[in-house]
Design a protein around this ligand. Structure first.
Ligand SMILES: [Zn+2]
Ligand SMILES: [Zn+2]
Length: 397
């Protein structure tokens, strides 16, 4: 029987603080949290940023009352890596079991991670007491240079260079190896060596690429982070198979991350930019990367032709005539004689000159969000945002 692949899912990819701005939507605004399932079914969670909340919702929906048994590796105690803890439903369900791994912080002493849990769920910071967390929790203190076995999967830890300390992890599953090295600034020889040891020959290296190489050299020097260029260097030196740029800056727009990615790909073609909902499957045949559905706006079927040009998977340029089968539309600017009520719903039928064999009308529902007087003779400019139309949704592909 064919072996199952190891599967890695990105639930949070943003560094420092969650972002809600639209310009960060495509890559995602939740702080670090990854889920890794080994081919044998052992479950790992890497970091507990705000991405932990949607992961918990996903597990609760999938598992029902069946208990989870997962191993949680925490890199360090900065907020962006722990702030999802109070919002992870499976912690409040008695049938679940969690094994935690992290280091003893010199600021907290013994049982550092347990203290982090208790502090986050204490008065007056959170309405629910830690005693309500009924899932069983076992805390393991680990340190850099250590390796241990989790049900046949080898986990190794190495110190990275980051204020108040941070561990990078390597997880060798039977389907492939993943190195999770975030929150690291290059330039400290011991730590530079540690990360190279962890990354040696890895199938996937997830690396801190918060800043541009220029920011890292000047205005962000000493802030504890890294750049895509450093990731490329490590990936090349250590013969890594795939590099994933991670821990995007909260002020980096989607277009900014696109820029880092395309610069990195020129140097190291097998580079990806971590995005929420992205999954990487690994087995003997290599890795396969998939993305979640990320088109927003109302989708409407139509039939246009288009000329499309770009690069193929192996980097060859192409150009071809293609068919556009549907299009997503987010909003419109209408010139009306009437003045609709602000925040009220409108029905809009847009006439299109498309395929004559199809109805040349796109039916939409819209919400009025903006007015502008005097756009034409006695007319009002009305900005609308299209809202989900249950009828149209049923007719969707
Ligand atoms: Zn961080
Ligand atoms: Zn940090």
């Amino acid at each position: 029987m064919k072996q199952k692949p190891a599967k890695l899912t990105f639930w949070g990819v943003r560094g420092s603080t969650p972002t809600l701005e639209r310009y960060t939507w495509r890559y995602g605004g939740n702080t670090p949290c990854l889920e890794l399932t080994s081919p044998e079914g052992t479950q790992f969670i890497l970091d507990c940023g705000t991405g932990l909340r949607p992961l918990g919702n996903h597990w609760s929906a999938k598992n029902g009352s069946e208990g989870a048994d997962a191993h949680i590796l925490v890199t360090h105690y900065h907020w962006d890596h722990i702030q999802g803890i109070p919002f992870f439903h499976p912690f409040f369900e008695a049938q679940n079991k969690f094994h935690f791994y992290s280091f003893q912080s010199k600021y907290l002493g013994a049982n550092s991670l347990r203290q982090v849990f208790e502090a986050q769920l204490s008065s007056p910071y959170f309405p629910v007491d830690v005693s309500m967390m009924t899932a069983s929790r076992e805390f393991n203190e680990v340190t850099g240079g250590q390796s241990w076995d989790v049900k046949g999967t080898k986990v190794s830890a190495g110190w990275l260079n980051h204020p108040q300390g941070c561990l990078g992890y390597r997880i060798d599953t039977s389907g492939g190896s993943v190195v999770y090295a975030t929150d690291n600034e290059p330039g400290v020889p011991d730590c530079d060596r540690n990360i190279r040891q962890l990354a040696q020959g890895a199938d996937v290296l997830i690396y801190d690429a918060q800043y541009s190489p220029e920011q890292l050299a000047y205005e962000r020097k000493g802030w504890g982070h890294s750049s895509w260029l450093e990731g490329v260097k490590i990936a090349r030196e250590c013969r890594v198979r795939n590099l994933v740029l991670f821990h995007h800056d909260p002020d980096s727009s989607d277009r900014g991350v696109d820029g880092f990615l395309s610069a990195a790909r020129q140097e190291f073609p097998a580079t990806w930019a971590a995005a929420e909902g992205m999954t990487i499957s690994m087995d003997d045949h290599g890795v396969n990367v998939e993305m979640r559905e990320s088109r927003i706006g109302q989708r409407r079927r139509l039939r246009y032709t288009a000329t499309v040009s770009g690069l193929t998977e192996d980097g060859t340029a192409f150009e071809e005539k293609a068919t556009v089968r549907d299009i997503s539309i987010q909003g419109a600017y209408l010139c009306l004689n009437s003045r609709p009520r602000l925040q009220s719903e409108l029905r809009v039928l847009i006439e299109t000159a498309g395929d004559p064999t199809r109805a040349a009308v796109i039916p939409l529902r819209a919400n009025v969000v903006h007015f502008e007087d005097g756009v034409g003779k006695n007319q009002t400019g009305v900005g609308v945002v299209f809202v989900e139309d249950p009828e149209a949704r049923r007719n969707r592909d």
